[in-house]
Design a protein around this ligand. Structure first.
Ligand code: ZN
Length: 281
């Protein structure tokens, strides 16, 4: 079976991209063999933009209902309450969602503070709403400097394995295993295709292929950031990410990239991402 390649996480509706840039990025990705684009949800207005994009590219865009922790930290109390109410309403009614998230914690270098407490409250509340609504879709997690707290809150809400993925993961092999035990896939930070990221690179050489998926996280990350700090990422960058992991695993870059992206699509189907293009014989 041939599994069409997928960009497991990106933000094509980022305000940083014009409609022309969106179109060009999608056309380049389709040309490179990447057939489906799973989005990360930020807040209600972003979901509306995802729906408009999906209407222009039917069958290509996986919609995500989320409340991104950085958005939560920056919004007013009233905005967060309104977004949570909208999140709950979508959980009751939405039929067009591929996955749930981003949800998670994005902590600063200092640690602590009211923004972080609020992120924890919203993360716990959103997971609880998902559980209580009985939504089966995979949950997309976003975590920065907060793995222990995220695991603790996850375990408060879910006592059984629950399908999902940790996007832009940059931690260790042991840290990744904690999420695998709970039923989630690991999607490495696109930084794995750049210099540095040694802990992540060691993990990527060892984790089972059945536990991995790959993403561009466009436009926020780009494999050429080392030489061009302003570069905007796009979905086709997922090929460079998978190629870098293939090399870390001692595979031929091009054969390995095809193997890894095909396995990634299988893994995404296994965790129940909706709307994926069908596999062909
Ligand atoms: Zn994201």
């Amino acid at each position: 079976m041939m599994h069409p390649w997928v960009d497991a996480h990106g933000h094509l509706c980022s305000p940083r991209l014009s409609q022309k840039q969106q179109n060009m990025a999608i056309e380049r990705a389709l040309h490179s063999g990447c057939a489906f684009f799973i989005q990360g949800g930020i807040e209600p207005a972003d979901l509306s933009a995802q729906r408009r994009l999906a209407a222009r590219y039917p069958g290509r865009v996986g919609l995500a209902l989320g409340l991104h922790p950085e958005w939560v930290a920056a919004a007013t109390y009233e905005q967060v309450q309104a977004a949570l109410a909208e999140f709950e309403r979508e959980l009751e009614t939405a039929q067009d969602i591929s996955c749930l998230g981003e949800l998670g914690l994005h902590f600063g270098r200092e640690g602590g503070g009211p923004g972080e407490l609020r992120q924890e409250q919203v993360f716990r509340q959103a997971l609880t709403l998902i559980r209580d609504a009985g939504r089966p879709e995979a949950i997309i997690l976003h975590g920065v400097r907060a793995q222990a707290r995220m695991l603790a809150i996850w375990d408060e809400v879910f006592t059984q394995p629950r399908a999902g993925m940790v996007h832009s993961y940059s931690g260790s092999f042991e840290g990744a295993k904690e999420w695998l035990k709970r039923g989630l896939l690991i999607s490495p930070s696109p930084g794995v295709a750049r210099s540095g990221y040694q802990t992540l690179k060691k993990a990527m050489a060892r984790l089972p292929l059945e536990s991995l998926t790959f993403e561009s996280d466009c436009p926020d990350q780009s494999p050429v950031r080392d030489t061009d700090p302003q570069a905007l990422g796009e979905p086709t960058d997922v090929l460079a990410v998978a190629r870098a992991v293939a090399v870390l695993r001692g595979l031929d870059p091009e054969q390995g990239l095809a193997l890894l992206l095909s396995q990634s699509s299988k893994n995404l189907a296994r965790i129940g991402i909706r709307g994926l293009p069908p596999a062909t014989p």
